[in-house]
Design a protein. Structure first.
Length: 278
């Protein structure tokens, strides 16, 4: 296992979001679905021995298989609990993974991930909002060869269209694909695109924790009295105990949403020297 660099990074992160993902770490899915992992790795077309930056790595859903394939990986996340699990997994198998407590808005140079620091930099399902052009520029600068993001095509995965419709709230579309494309145009890059569909995992250790996450999927606006009554009834109906969790999940009680939350994802890749994607 490579050293961990947790230093002073992530000091300007959104603390509410950090707390949420730290809490989710214990029940967060350790492995990407086979289909998603194969889809993304095929598109990345990594060459043997390339050094990789995985921004928003969580517990190592992609960093671990990449390291097992022989790549040196920098796993970056702003949730310490996620990185603690990544470090445990890397240590157990002696994998070449360096974890970095790092947010998009932090100083990547200070973390040793500045200009031309890796061969390939990617952010898989971790760029949802914020200063998208600045995030794209950081990935572009860090990668000597290629950079990639996988972003939502329509509704953000942090919203549930079925719940929003039930509450009578507007369902707003994501504009991340548009913003990434514009940022790449300004950099003189030539993007390539591909799409896939996944289902958002929602697995929690208690009903209250699952209910709190479902509330998050309705958006940050306060509930009216009517919306609160509707939400309480909705949660009681749709948050259920999972009797047989997946083998890869942590043992113990698990609560899930009783319907799938589909998300359409867009792969956007580019060569960082301005040439066409090979």
């Amino acid at each position: 296992m490579m050293p961990t660099t947790h230093g002073k990074q992530a000091s300007t992160m959104n603390r509410d979001s950090q707390a949420y993902w730290n809490k989710r770490a214990a029940t967060f899915t350790r492995d990407a679905t086979v289909e998603y992992e194969r889809w993304l790795l095929d598109l990345l077309a990594l060459e043997a021995g390339e050094e990789i930056l995985d921004m928003g790595c969580a517990t190592g859903t992609l960093a671990v298989p990449l390291a097992r394939a022989g790549h040196r990986v920098h796993g970056c996340d702003f949730a310490e609990a996620m990185l603690a699990i990544l470090d445990e997994r890397a240590a157990a198998d002696k994998l070449p993974i360096t974890s970095h407590l790092l947010a998009w808005e932090d100083d990547w140079e200070e973390a040793g991930l500045g200009e031309n620091s890796v061969d390939v930099a990617f952010a898989s399902r971790s760029l949802m909002s914020g200063d998208v052009p600045a995030c794209v520029r950081k990935l572009d600068a860090a990668a000597r060869s290629r950079a990639t993001v996988v972003v939502p095509d329509s509704l953000l995965p942090s919203r549930d269209p079925r719940l929003l419709t039930y509450l009578g709230r507007a369902v707003r579309r994501s504009h991340v694909v548009r913003d990434v494309t514009r940022a790449l145009t300004s950099l003189g890059r030539i993007p390539v695109f591909a799409t896939t569909r996944t289902f958002r995992p929602m697995r929690f250790s208690s009903f209250d924790e699952a209910r709190a996450d479902l509330r998050r999927l309705a958006g940050p606006e306060p509930f009216t009295a009517r919306e609160q009554r509707l939400f309480d009834a909705y949660a009681a109906q749709h948050v259920v105990r999972e009797d047989h969790p997946a083998p890869s999940e942590v043992a113990g009680e698990h609560w899930v949403l009783d319907y799938p939350l589909p998300v359409t994802w867009v792969f956007i890749g580019w060569s960082t020297d301005g040439s066409e994607w090979a």
